[in-house]
Design a protein around this ligand. Structure first.
Ligand code: DMJ
Length: 617
């Protein structure tokens, strides 16, 4: 295996694929400091025992007294280091590593956490190396089987094409980041057409925090350090302690952003911020096991919701469980699991499907609702599977809940085109009582292809992989057939007289009169293409992603950054908005689909719904 070399153009290390393992890793020869530190002390010791002119006899060798003194000092130093730094950790491990608290967090976990807290680096080069290794999963531990495709060695031609696409995506991110930096630094969003900014997500710098781990993954180390400095010196959550903050967005963008960036860099301030935020988010739990949709920093201003949006209460589990693992404070993990445990007792009309609005309580019945995997419910289904993965397969109940939902998706939600094509399907909206399904699929629902694909690998459900491919193809066609090359917010089709089938528009694929025509730079289709590529190794998914990237360049790029469109069939309909998830997710998934597969491997990380990678430990 060749040692990795730093590629300045891509801002990252190039590695060579290790055929046996199926992924790339840096060669030890890379580290010059490792080599010198191994060689130098031995050489120094040898010199101490060289013949001298001022001998004290010691067998065959003569020893210089001054050198002997130096040797003794080194030995004393090493013994002190042993007692101060290494021994305490090991003795703690020996005495109570098996003690487990009520929530399954062992003291061994805490020790592992402490490893994470150790300052990872001492200088610029060290931090770059640390981040490089971390992005490639150093420190990940799991007992679940590996699901990524074992990629064979790449041809030169494929590599050149992939790297030029990777570079183009990286340039795109740099363009968006520069626009944010120049026009909106420290604010939530840049306005990509007019310039200026918006503060619509707490005013805490949403784009900054949401982008931290993307900066690390793409090797923008200097830019990351600038953003980190801003977090250290300027970021605050307490400016307005009575303002109502959206729980869901705060968790997925801010807490997820801090945790993802912490897991890739070990920068303790990021964990401190996540923990401080965690403390405030507990204010959302006001006499209920479910969190309110809004919370305040000052708890005396928090109200009490009567009903709860499923996606809002079912999309904190990854963040809260990881926060507990990293801090050793079990409260977050307990809150997260309690919600899923309650939802697991629900008795809906269709097994596995829950309505967009739910109540707090065990064994509740739900009927006559519109079931989908799109807006208001989407990431609840995503987190059932991902929480099971993050908890290393131990929460069997969540796997069962996920599988039950997948079985109902297959039975009630899948709609096929009337023309008989087997290449693609859509996931419609089901009435839970009549069981009728309508050909209406939101862009958000396109994430489901990726979850189906991962579930199929973990649970050996090979037919689910076929469905995942068909769903992704349906989502991709929504892009392929529009004038801008981008898919609408909700693609609606004409109903067929045959149940479970739909009719496509001959010109536009979806019906442009019935659909919600805006595209707000959403990532879900790219997310699924990335997962499918990593699980199957099929280049087709890279090519589709590349087509979408080119559409973004053509239809959404402005002189400042990238903008959404109010109508995907009109490239001039710029909405002057760049959501932070464009940098956190859309460009990240694009970058990852053209990276080597060891970068944020699905076998090392679980990504939260905002694409923040959480290390599996
Ligand atoms: C993101 O904030 C998250 O992916 C969320 O789960 C859904 N909406 C946006 C992206 O579309």
């Amino acid at each position: 295996m060749e040692p990795p070399t730093f590629n300045r153009r891509l801002g990252q290390f190039r590695t060579v694929i290790d055929i046996e393992k199926g992924y790339s890793e840096p060669d030890q020869q890379y580290s010059p400091s490792a080599r010198t530190t191994v060689g130098a002390p031995l050489g120094g010791l040898k010199k101490l025992f060289d013949h001298t002119t001022d001998p004290i006899v010691s067998g065959r060798y003569t020893i210089n007294l001054r050198r002997l003194f130096v040797l003794l000092l080194i030995l004393i130093g090493m013994i002190t280091l042993w007692f101060v730094a290494i021994l305490p950790e090991h003795s703690a491990e020996g005495t109570d590593s098996l003690i487990q608290n009520a929530d399954g967090i062992t003291n061994q976990d805490r020790l592992n956490n402490n490893e994470d807290h150790v300052s990872p680096h001492t200088g610029a080069q060290d931090s770059a190396t640390y981040r490089y290794e971390r992005v490639r999963g150093k420190g990940a531990r799991t007992s679940l089987k590996k699901i990524q495709f074992k990629f064979p060695p790449e041809s030169d031609q494929d590599r050149l094409q992939r790297e030029s696409r990777l570079q183009a995506v990286r340039d795109g991110f740099e363009h968006a980041w520069t626009g944010y930096k120049d026009h909106a630094w420290g604010h939530d969003e840049v306005s990509p057409v007019s310039g200026g900014y918006k503060d619509n997500f707490n005013g805490w710098g949403a784009t900054m925090i949401d982008s931290l781990d993307t900066l690390v993954i793409m090797g923008f180390n200097k830019e990351f350090d600038e953003a980190l400095e801003w977090v250290k010196t300027k970021f605050t959550m307490t400016n307005n302690p009575t303002i109502q903050l959206p729980f869901f967005e705060t968790i997925i963008r801010y807490m997820g952003g801090f945790l993802g960036a912490y897991d890739l860099t070990g920068e303790k301030v990021l964990l401190d911020k996540a923990e401080e935020l965690g403390k405030y988010t507990l204010n959302a739990f006001q006499g209920s096991d479910f969190p309110n949709s809004h919370f305040t920093i000052d708890p005396s201003f928090s109200g009490r919701d009567e009903s709860f949006v499923l996606a809002e209460i079912g999309t904190l589990q990854l963040e809260f469980s990881r926060l507990s693992k990293l801090t050793g404070n079990p409260i977050y993990d307990q809150k997260a699991r309690k919600i899923f445990d309650i939802l697991g007792t629900a008795m809906p009309e269709i097994p596995g499907f829950l309505p967009p609005n739910v109540q707090d309580g065990e064994g509740l019945k739900y009927s006559n609702f519109q079931a989908s995997v799109g807006g208001m419910v989407d990431s609840y289904y995503e987190y059932l599977l991902k929480e099971w993965i993050l908890l290393d397969g131990k929460a069997t109940k969540y796997k069962e809940m996920f599988e039950e939902a997948v079985s109902s998706i297959k039975k009630y939600m899948v709609m096929t085109p009337e023309d008989g094509s087997k290449d693609y399907v859509i996931l419609g909206q089901v009435n839970s009582t009549s069981k009728t399904v309508e050909p209406d699929m939101g862009h958000l629902a396109c994430f489901m292809s990726g979850s189906l694909a991962m579930g199929s690998k973990y649970f050996g459900r090979s037919e689910d992989l076929l469905l995942a491919r068909q769903v992704a193809q349906g989502c991709y066609l929504g892009y392929h057939h529009s004038a801008s090359g981008l898919a609408p917010e909700a693609a609606r089709f004409t109903e067929s007289s045959q149940p479970g089938k739909f009719v496509t528009d001959p010109q536009h694929f979806f019906s442009q009169y019935r659909s919600r025509m805006e595209y707000i730079l959403r990532p879900e289709t790219l997310e699924s293409l990335w997962i499918l590529y990593r699980l199957t190794g099929e280049k087709k998914y890279q090519d589709q992603a590349w087509e979408i990237f080119q559409s973004l360049e053509r239809s959404c790029r402005t002189s400042i950054a990238y903008t959404g469109l109010t109508n995907v069939n009109n490239v001039h309909s710029k909405d002057n908005k760049m959501e932070s998830f464009f940098l956190a997710e859309t460009l990240k998934y694009l970058y990852l689909i053209f990276s080597t597969p060891d970068v944020i491997s699905l076998d090392d990380f679980v990504l939260n719904t905002e694409a923040h990678p959480l290390l599996r430990t």
